[in-house]
Design a protein around this ligand. Structure first.
Ligand code: AP5
Length: 215
């Protein structure tokens, strides 16, 4: 199974992708998490990506396609989260997959309003070690301010300030939303109301994945 989870910033892609990957035995491949780790570890990729991420802009397509190529060569059971983000990235992915005789099976598209995105991101905290996300008041950690799994203090993402979130939403509409048409034309797009609670959205997504037949 090769699946993509699409949606605006803060729509719940990471939250749902982690749960779906566990339930369906998929590798959760989040370009955002890979890039944040690279920035934290000050790798060559991280140094190139940092200024784009801090401003809420997209990292150049060639860097992203390089990250993906390395990781999918030996894997055909993947849930892509935050990738592709532009039509050229989607075309690049299709070419890579065609070389291995495979293709995307389904694109899960989370529909969430701008106001809900702003509310969710203003309450988001994350663990810089395991990348788990929490939310005040929607998904509280067991102990206030501390990651349930790692026991370390939770942080705010640098790109979750109001100004940067507005830019991320604009970038999404201009560069990422065209992917809805790209995948609709291929008959792969399944849009889900992402504004229900985490479990309700999860159940809808599981039903879709359960209905997909893979080659
Ligand atoms: P990335 O990390 O992919 O950020 P994003 O797409 O902006 O999405 P988020 O991670 O902010 O949100 P999400 O949809 O995963 O929501 P979450 O589950 O956390 O990318 C960051 C940056 O990296 C980009 O801006 C760019 O610079 C770069 N980048 C990454 N990929 C790239 C690519 N392919 N090309 C170029 N550049 C790239 O949920 C949000 C909050 O809401 C959480 O607090 C959560 O607990 C809560 N929540 C989740 N679901 C619900 C619900 N149903 N009800 C209530 N609360 C909920």
């Amino acid at each position: 199974m090769l699946a993509i989870i699409l949606g605006p910033p803060g729509s719940g892609k990471g939250t749902q992708a982690a749960k779906l990957a566990e339930k369906k035995g998929l590798v959760h491949l989040s370009t955002g998490d890979i890039l944040r780790n690279a920035v934290k570890n000050e790798t060559e990729l991280g140094l190139k990506a940092k200024s784009y991420m801090d401003a809420g802009d997209l990292v150049p397509d060639d860097l992203i396609l390089g990250i993906i190529k390395e990781r999918i060569e030996s894997n055909n059971n993947v849930l892509f989260d935050g990738f592709p983000r532009t039509v050229p990235q989607a075309e690049g992915l299709d070419l890579m997959l065609a070389e291995t005789g495979s293709g995307i099976n389904v694109v899960l598209d989370l529909d969430v309003s701008d106001q809900e995105v702003i509310n969710r991101l203003s309450g988001r905290y994350f663990c810089s070690s395991c990348q788990a996300t929490y939310n005040y008041p929607n998904k509280l950690p067991k102990r206030e301010g501390v990651c349930d799994k790692c026991g370390i203090a939770l942080s705010k993402r640098k790109d979750d300030t109001e100004e940067v979130v507005k830019n991320r939403l604009n970038v999404y509409k201009e560069l990422t939303q065209p992917l809805q048409d790209y995948y609709k034309k291929q008959g792969l797009l399944k849009t889900v109301n992402g504004e229900g609670n985490i479990e309700a959205v999860f159940n809808d997504l599981v039903s879709i994945l359960d209905s997909i037949k893979t080659g």
